[in-house]
Design a protein around this ligand. Structure first.
Ligand code: DX5
Ligand code: ZN
Length: 218
């Protein structure tokens, strides 16, 4: 099953519960939460406090993308706040195998994120242990950026790598996903689709959610 995960990064936070309700009703499968610390990326968003509030708003699984330094210090806080999956950046984590185990031991799904310039092959020795591989399709830090075209080739590489190592991780794409780009990532083999601006900055949140969901379901 293909999974649509709206990112609340582009939502109107004065109306967060209403906006989450809209995407939920229109077929969203997960809610993607972008945590940024102003160090790993040049932007600051929110921490466990907001994730915990979102967890009270929705029954949907919360997919927490940590764009922070030393994510290992905060994993328990995010799991306690209600995170169902936690993804950490390959570029940041020194003891990746350990952090993956830490996430799984706390009962969440564990994922690794790779930036656009990080080779897909970098994750080969954790492939069997992860639940998610998040391929950034823009440089992390901001919503509303343009999809990087060679991401499609990178998705194909991830599918091959998964087969080669008989791994089971889902392939997630994040950044610049909209009605023009989603199909190419879906056809290449992505399983989870994060979309921020194309949903929350659109004129009709319900209609754009339904449109994206439809494009990955057909
Ligand atoms: C970017 C974040 C994304 C962001 C995507 O650093 O990881 O999740 O919300 O936003 P759009 O869909 O607007 O590119
Ligand atoms: Zn994200």
């Amino acid at each position: 099953m293909k999974i649509l995960a709206p990112s609340i990064l582009s939502a109107d936070f004065t109306n967060l519960s209403q906006q989450i309700r809209l995407v939920e009703m229109a077929g969203a499968d997960w809610i993607h939460c972008d945590v940024m610390d102003g160090h790993f990326v040049p932007n600051i968003t929110f921490g466990p406090f907001i994730v915990e509030a979102v967890n009270r708003i929705t029954q949907l699984p919360l997919d927490v993308h940590l764009m922070i330094e030393n994510p290992e210090y905060y994993i328990k806080d995010f799991v306690d706040a209600g995170a169902d999956s936690i993804t950490v950046h390959f570029e940041e984590v020194r003891h990746l195998n350990r952090v993956i185990n830490q996430v799984k031991e706390l009962g969440a799904k564990a994922g690794v994120v790779i930036n656009p310039a990080t080779p897909v092959q970098s994750i080969r020795d954790v492939a069997e242990y992860i639940d998610l591989l998040l391929i950034m399709t823009v440089n992390p830090g901001f919503g509303g950026q343009k999809f990087i075209p060679n991401s499609v080739r990178r998705i194909h590489e991830a599918v091959e790598l998964r087969e080669k190592f008989r791994a089971k991780f889902l392939i997630e794409v994040d950044g610049g996903i909209n009605s023009q780009t989603i199909k190419s990532t879906c056809d290449a083999g992505a399983d989870v689709f994060v979309a921020g601006a194309s949903i929350f900055k659109s004129e009709n949140i319900s209609a754009s959610t339904a449109e994206l969901k439809n494009l990955i379901s057909s």
